[in-house]
Design a protein around this ligand. Sequence first.
Ligand code: ADP
Length: 562
Amino acid sequence: MDIRRRPRKSSHAARCSAASGVHSDTKASDALPLPLYLTNAVFFTLFFSVAYFLLHRWRDKIRNSTPLHVLTLSELAAVFSLIASFIYLLGFFGIDFVQSFISRNELEAGEVRGRFVLREEDPDRTDARCSDFAMGRPAINPSCSGEDEDIVKSVVSGEIPSYSLESKLGDCFKAAQIRREALQRLTSRSLEGLPLEGFDYDSILGQCCEMPVGYVQIPVGIAGPLFLNGCEYSVPMATTEGCLVASTNRGCKAIYASGGATCVILRDGMTRAPVVRFPSAKRAAELKFFLEDPLNFDSLSVVFNKSSRFARLLRIQCAIAGKNLYIRFSCSTGDAMGMNMVSKGVQNVLDFLQNDFPDMDVIGISGNFCSDKKPAAVNWIEGRGKSVVCESIIKGDVVTKVLKTTVPALVELNMLKNLTGSAIAGALGGFNAHAANIVSAIFIATGQDPAQNIESSHCITMMEAVNNGDDLHVSVTMPSIEVGTVGGGTQLASQSACLNLLGVKGASNESPGANSRLLASIVSGAVLAGELSLMSAIAAGQLVKSHMKYNRSSKDITKIGS
Ligand code: ADP
């Protein structure tokens, strides 16, 4: 009976309640020392047995003409037990009855006011709840009550700007929680599935993300060991593309079995190129000559380097378009990726130049000749960030046994696909099979700026038969890998853990920039592994088969709701 009256709380609902901090439906009977069914059984038995006893005594008294109000001690105890058990049974069933009315009224009131109501849910029916949202019905309440509820309402009404919650509340988690609740109400869309808890919102304040409402989870896989310059690295890759980690891992295996890969950093300099305008092209040219004169470099670098103890001006390149001058400053930035650092240095120089060139009009601190987060030949040719070349000689038997193909097949495919095919496509830095896959996955895992995968993935993959055609020389040349191990997203807990795994977390103690350069080397080594494996899969005709295995689960996607 109690099972019918006290519905079992599903474990899913219990978890949700615990996670959201909403208390479960507590009842007075929960405080009983015995299980509910035993307590009920005791009081039922007591009630009916004493009722039977008293009726029996009543009949005897009538027969013996004894006054009914004259009670013996046992009869008194029986009357007392009858009343007590009656009160218990009335309370038990009565409270349940009243509670069912109260909750029904609350539910209706909540719906009328458009409030979010927590419903006890069937774990198999979460889709049904999502469709409630799609239909604009009220949804789930995280744990807003009292004061929080008032703040949510103020955000919904526009009285409190959503962006000001952190500073107003002084509590980043609560700010995210309230913003999220307000967003759900404003959009009538559920954010269920986007986690809120388990993240340090203080760590992103003023640095990584504004107006947070949760965080996206991306699985991190490990490829390796990557044997590079005599050291082994386990490479973290954050991706949702099936096959990618497995494929890179196979490439690492082939490199390892062949004695490893070698990587050389060719250049290290972050760039920023402001655009300035003059009244005439002649004046623009005068500044160009001034900036490119080696005699002026020292004084300019003193001004530039004031931006940070790690910033060192390396060179200045200029390009003119009529009266407009584009000045590409390149500087080393220690272990930082360096965009902030180089921008500050550029601002120092522009302020300095204004004295000698008062007719110079600074149109923008970035004039796209930098060039950041856009495909551009200048990065491909001149480099940006770390310019790297990485190579390995893969033994013939490793090509056969691990990569399941042959040296001539790989060389031919590379020529026709990565070189000729990309040339026909008019590629800009895209002379490779899938460098962007590996670059993006490592960037996300290690807290790099994922948008910089555009130029960081510029790569030309070369393959050549060596040692009388027995072995394969493979290389990747990547002129603009933009990475850092301090600043930006690198200090966040998860990303920092991935950097730590590679031994490049934070600033290098030995020499500034050593950690970020090593990270760039690891990126190129992993790209080498990825290129080897994907090219082999294509050469062996395995690509579709392996993607069907790792990239397409057997789940019936028609059953996944939109
Ligand atoms: P970015 O320039 O990549 O946007 P930030 O400006 O956010 O990076 O972070 C760089 C900050 O880290 C600077 O304030 C710099 O002084 C500090 N820093 C500490 N150690 C190093 C290091 N080894 N290399 C570069 N910057 C460092």
